[in-house]
Design a protein around this ligand. Structure first.
Ligand code: HEC
Ligand code: HEC
Length: 358
């Protein structure tokens, strides 16, 4: 045997060894910067017409990957995340109802009921503050709350959730693959947020008309409604921008007629100006998300428009942009036609999983 050659190949493998160690060292440096996750396959979101670039809204420490979105989808539809395996996120955010549940207030585990209506999980990418009162500052932070909510999914603690999911071998393997760790509540939040970030809605009839893509997608009535929405109706003072929301909190008076006012944003800020103020919801897909308002009091868009026309419900903290509009019947009809024109695409691609990790 040629000893010289052997020594050489030894040296070569030593060099390769160093190179490999170096790559790993660099790799782990990079990993630390992105929260220690293995790379994964990038998931590139293609925003429908009129929506802003999604990349700007994805937090650096939770990059969107195909594997993570897939994991988030499984978790979103999996009833085993609840205390008695009966309720999943999708129970109240049903894909077929544009991720709402069609009820004034939602029903969770043991048929417990909460006091607020389930908002859509669509276009959450574009918001930071989540919930009607904005009490959570990120989608990651929001996503793990329903699981330990007494009414919604009823798990006793986040530790108990991580332990339960970790006990399912299939999930343990998926978390290792996506996050390089056992199941953690942090990972559950990141995966659920990532899945929800893929639920978009744009390219509606209103967008196509407004952007000059097509003149006949929005009816003439809807076109007149758009004009009222922007001018006489003053709607854009709050439902502004590409997602039809200013992301701020306003008091319209919802609840002041019931004797049990939900204090809304005030409970978060303790600031008097926030008494019974709620987040301006997006109006995209609004014809699919009845009933309306945080207490789900209105079954139809016409009732919502009547409410605004009458100036909401007066109270000492009502927003000054809510005024009596005295819309005519025709104007109300036009406004409803406009709101109906806000249904679009970007969320219909999801099909509920038929099998879950075992
Ligand atoms: C029992 C019904 C129910 C279940 C189960 C449920 N939700 Fe919700 N969801 C609601 C209600 C009601 C609200 C509004 C609560 C509030 O604002 O105080 C809400 C709010 C939200 C919001 C905020 C939307 C916005 O516009 O601010 C998101 C996002 C969300 N849920 C996602 C989830 C995820 C993810 C899960 C599963 C981990 C889940 N929900 C489970 C009923 C439910
Ligand atoms: C002062 C800010 C403001 C103005 C002006 C305003 N809105 Fe709203 N809108 C809100 C807020 C805040 C809510 C949620 C209120 C609540 O539940 O207490 C809301 C809720 C809605 C909803 C129900 C959406 C859902 O998912 O439940 C519709 C529809 C709506 N607005 C349409 C309009 C139209 C049409 C106009 C103009 C006539 C208008 N808004 C003017 C702030 C405003």
């Amino acid at each position: 045997m040629n000893t010289k050659k052997q020594t050489q190949s030894c040296r070569t493998s030593a060099i390769i060894g160093i190179a490999v160690v170096t790559i790993f060292a660099y790799g782990s440096l990079n990993d630390t910067a992105t929260g220690g996750e293995p790379q994964g396959t990038p998931y590139v979101l293609d925003p429908p017409l009129a929506l802003q670039d999604p990349a700007r809204y994805i937090p650096e420490d939770n990059p969107l990957t195909k594997e993570k979105v897939e994991l988030g989808k499984l978790l979103f539809f999996d009833k085993r995340l609840s205390v008695n395996n009966t309720v999943s996120c999708a129970t109240c955010h049903m894909a077929e109802l544009a991720y709402t549940d069609g009820q004034p207030v939602s029903t969770g585990v043991f048929r417990r009921q909460g006091g607020r209506s389930a908002p859509t999980a669509i276009n959450r990418l574009y918001s930071t503050k989540q919930f009607w009162d904005g009490r959570k500052e990120s989608l990651e932070a929001q996503s793990v709350m329903p699981i330990i909510d007494h009414v919604e999914m009823g798990m006793p603690s986040h530790d108990a959730v991580a332990e339960k999911v970790n006990g399912i071998n299939g999930y343990h393997a998926l978390f290792k693959n996506v996050f390089g760790t056992d199941v953690t509540i942090d990972g559950i939040g990141k995966a659920l947020a990532s899945f929800q970030r893929t639920l978009l809605s744009g390219n509606s009839a209103v967008d196509q008309f407004d952007r000059g893509v097509s003149d006949d997608t929005l009816s003439l009535s809807g076109q007149r409604g758009m004009e009222i929405f922007r001018n006489k109706g003053r709607c854009t003072s709050c439902h502004s921008g590409f997602n039809f929301t200013d992301e701020q909190f306003h008091n319209l008076g919802i609840g002041w007629d019931t004797g049990t006012v939900d204090l809304g944003r005030y409970r978060v800020t303790q600031d008097k100006k926030d008494i019974a103020a709620f987040k301006t919801p997006t109006l995209r897909e609004v014809s699919n998300t009845a009933p309306y308002m945080h207490d789900g009091r209105f079954g139809t868009l016409r009732e919502v428009v009547n409410f605004y026309s009458d100036g909401g419900i007066k109270n000492p903290f009502q927003d000054s942009d809510i005024r009596v509009l005295n819309l005519t019947d025709q104007e109300k009809e036009d406004m409803v036609a406009f709101l109906r024109g806000l249904s679009g695409e970007g969320w219909q691609h999801v099909t509920a999983p038929t099998e879950f990790p075992q």
